[in-house]
Design a binder for this molecule. Sequence first.
Ligand code: HEC
Length: 180
Amino acid sequence: MTRKFAALPVTASIVGMLLSLSNLAQADSTPGADAQGSPVFGVTLPPGYRNWQFVSIAHEEGEKPDIRVILGNDIAMKAYREGTLPFPDGTIIARLAYKYESSAQNNAVFGRDQSFVAGEPTNVQIEVKDSKRYASTGGWGYGQFENGKPNPSEKIINGCFACHTKLPPETDLIFTRYSQ
Ligand code: HEC
């Protein structure tokens, strides 16, 4: 009995140590396979993207309905606000998607079903502008991330440009417009 209890704090502190070690590794963002980034383009998840500014929002119906917010880094926001096209090198646009869910909590307040909210996150998609490095794909590099990890599928990654390139060239292959 006594021995069992005595072992608990030791186990807890070892677990704690391991957790903080793995946090350190994540904060560093260089080691391991993640450093490779997305297949084909080597796009990595940009640090701090969750704090970027709001460009717009979109909702997709279909088999997996979702709601997504589009955020831009400082270079992207300046270009959007000034209407600069094509976007300059260093632009990064992030698209964060969430399950599209009816909110039981909010509907109970309204007294009828009318509220839809962001559920679990599904994935984060990133577009990086580097006109030299990504010259063969309109200057854009693509990446998709689930739980912070790059999706390893070349097929999915090659699908990004294949679809975005259907836009007329004057859009710089970007669908999203700036919402005031
Ligand atoms: C079948 C077409 C299609 C494919 C494939 C596709 N996208 Fe998009 N993408 C869109 C559309 C349409 C929007 C704008 C509306 C929305 O978000 O639903 C968009 C928006 C975006 C945005 C926000 C900026 C913008 O261009 O409007 C990013 C970032 C993005 N996509 C990245 C990716 C990445 C990365 C992939 C591949 C992993 C990808 N997309 C695959 C159609 C596509």
